[in-house]
Design a protein around this ligand. Structure first.
Ligand code: CUK
Ligand code: CUA
Length: 640
């Protein structure tokens, strides 16, 4: 007994060593061939062919690159404050970062998912997840700004998120950490098996507005959900999740949490769940979560705290959830463009299992179960298995598809992308990455219609690829041309924050809808000032409201007196410009909440509480015209 335990522990430890020390590919020197420059060169003044939306990891932001150039086009603040955009500093944007824990101006953003219609990218919105204080956000691709953030109750480590169904009916989010649920969560950590539960949230999306609402939650066994993808075509109506820690260990040391030979893919019949919901089988549960929305007409956001969710229990409603055994600690869970094949990538497994949706349905119909796991039927591995890709590489993580019958899988440990054929499960090509690839992306690579010109690798370690910049190096992406039989590395480009998942879309689909400026006459901000002659200073008790305007190249008013120590000053600044790309900025000396950046036609508010008497300058921070340096003013603070 003891020696068995010792051997298994040794095995686990050596496994961990392999995982921790990812290998360097051995043909590192000569990977770029002659015409790479030609393939990635986008001449000055020309547009890129694709937008690439790249998660920023612990920067809490989403960045946008052009492909094939790798040029950084924009960083979109989502869960983090950003002085470059004034996001989280203006009174209008602060409520976006509200949660049930209060103002939380940071998160860890891992995954991106572009909205779809009929299983194809429609270019309207992109959804992203916040891992830490569980949230899902919607970014509007008309403005490239965060339009909505919804917090997820009963969740912790919102990692398996935000993946969507083929008509963007739902954004779906699975919790990575199971946690005690209900009123009293003050329970011994060692009571994990009794008290800790997993949760999957189904957030419905309004077809017209994109508006999010938490439709229902599934309460699941206390496993850890890692990633997921929706079914499509024949498997539309189903959702698939990778789960690890089927041991339900409360410490994830390998010896506890990676013991079982197989963990699971959870298959969820969400159409069935909808039927139960309609039939009133859900239970209302008390929770607290924030829902924040930004309105681009009033240019204000509002935050509300909601306190109820409908929960469905798949242990009772037996035909919603099924488990498929999947080799050791599956990470990626990807569905091919046909909707028939489901790829589970076990991080610690030496093969890639490919499951068949048709076989899964037969197994369920014939009850070919090997038993139950916490009340959920477990189908037999072989009965759902289409086949295995044998010896594909080390540490398979994620798979994207080219729509021509091939899959591209990232291998973290062996640092490579491997192309394989779905039908015969044969490896066709492999390309080294520099180094330790996590996610990868083919434009539309998780939809019904991939646009398979490129695959992009998002790497965890950069090492010697860029000029040294002290102990930390730029995070990195690599672009491969996949139009031929062989992958060809054509570009390295650094990224902002740690890139996890990313998606790319044909630029045509998004560029044509881009907002150029906001119409001033449609501005319904309560503090808008539509013209210089309306600029004024209004006192309400100790609150001083400055209704100000800006236009090249002055503020009105630009000399403000009558403010007393102890007052709160609100600068409500309306940008009167009606032209593309003419923002103005606004900063006050000593103000401790950074600056405003005000788009044409927009109103934004900076709150300032002067801490001493005197004359204080303010100025425009965005170089807007030849007279930008003149765009300034003074405010005088007198004794109370
Ligand atoms: S991931 Cu979040 S740990 Cu493979 Cu989607 Cu990088
Ligand atoms: Cu306005 Cu510089």
């Amino acid at each position: 007994m003891r020696s068995d335990h010792f051997t298994s522990r040794l095995l686990q430890v050596s496994m961990a060593a392999v995982l921790l020390y990812a290998c360097k590919p051995n043909n590192a020197g000569n990977a770029v061939s002659g015409n790479a420059a030609e393939k990635t060169y986008v001449a000055p003044g020309k547009y890129d062919e694709f937008y690439n939306f790249v998660s920023g990891g612990f920067s809490g932001q989403l960045s946008v690159y052009g492909l094939p150039s790798g040029r950084l086009l924009r960083v979109i603040p989502v869960f983090s404050v950003d002085p470059e955009k004034g996001y989280g500093y203006s009174e209008e944007s602060k409520p976006m970062l509200n949660t049930s824990h209060g103002f939380v101006p940071w998160d860890d953003l891992h995954h991106t998912e572009l909205s779809q219609t009929n299983g194809e990218i429609d270019g309207r919105w992109i959804f992203v997840n916040g891992n830490n204080t569980p949230r899902v956000a919607r970014v509007d691709l008309k403005t490239f700004r965060t339009a909505e953030i919804i917090e997820l109750p009963n969740s912790a480590g919102n990692h398996s998120s935000p993946f969507i169904t083929e008509n963007t009916e739902y954004v779906v989010a699975g919790t990575r950490f199971s946690v005690p649920v209900g009123d009293n969560t003050d329970v011994p950590i060692s009571s994990y098996k009794e008290n800790f539960k997993g949760t999957i949230s189904f957030i419905s999306v309004d077809k017209n507005t994109g508006g999010l609402s938490l439709a229902f939650q599934l309460e699941t066994p206390g496993v850890n959900f890692d990633l997921s993808h929706a079914g499509k075509g024949p498997s539309h109506g189903w959702f698939f999740f990778s789960c690890y820690n089927s041991e339900q260990a409360n410490t994830l040391l390998e010896v506890n949490a990676s013991q079982r030979d197989k963990d699971f893919i959870l298959a969820v019949n969400w159409k069935k769940a909808e039927e139960y919901l309609k039939a009133g089988k859900g239970t209302k549960k008390a929770v607290r979560y924030a829902h924040n929305t930004y309105d681009e007409t009033s240019h204000t956001s509002k935050s509300e705290i909601l306190n109820e969710v409908i929960s469905l229990d798949p242990k009772v409603l037996k035909d919603i959830c099924y488990l498929i055994p999947c080799p050791k600690s599956p990470h990626g869970c990807d569905v091919d463009p046909s909707g028939e094949y489901i790829v589970g990538s076990g991080k610690l497994a030496a093969l890639i299992p490919v499951f068949s949706f048709t076989k899964l349905q037969q197994a369920i119909a014939n009850k070919t179960f090997e038993g139950e796991y916490d009340g959920i039927p477990v189908v037999k591995y072989e009965s759902a298995l289409y086949g295995e890709v044998e010896k594909p590489g080390l540490g398979p993580l994620h798979t994207e598809f080219d729509g021509k019958g091939n899959a591209y899988t990232s291998f973290f440990v062996s640092s490579e992308i491997v192309k394989w054929n779905i039908k015969d499960l044969k490896v066709l090509d492999r390309a080294p990455t520099y180094y330790s690839i996590g996610h990868l992306c083919i434009p539309g690579g998780d939809t019904k219609k991939p646009n398979a010109k490129y695959v992009i690798a998002y790497n965890k370690i950069t090492k010697d690829r860029y000029l040294p910049t002290g102990p930390e190096l730029a995070q990195s992406a690599q672009l491969f041309d996949i139009s031929g039989d062989k992958m060809q590395l054509i570009l390295d480009f650094p990224t902002i924050g740690e890139p996890h998942y990313a998606q790319a879309v044909s630029a045509d689909l998004v560029a044509k809808n881009s907002t150029k400026f906001f119409k001033l006459d449609e501005n319904t901000n309560p503090y808008v000032t539509k013209g210089e002659s309306n600029a004024k200073v209004v006192r309400e008790g100790n609150k001083v409201h400055v209704y100000a305007t800006c236009i090249r190249s002055h503020f009105a008013p630009d000399n403000i007196e009558g403010v007393k120590l102890g007052d709160e000053v609100y600068f409500h600044i309306t940008n009167l410009e009606q032209d593309w790309d003419i923002p103005h900025g606004f900063a006050v000396k000593g103000a401790n909440n950074a600056e405003l950046l005000i788009m044409p036609g927009e109103t934004q508010t900076l709150k300032w509480v002067p801490e001493k008497t005197g004359v204080v300058p303010f100025y425009c921070t965005d170089f807007c015209s030849a007279l930008h340096q003149e765009m300034s003013g003074y405010i005088r603070v007198s004794p109370a």
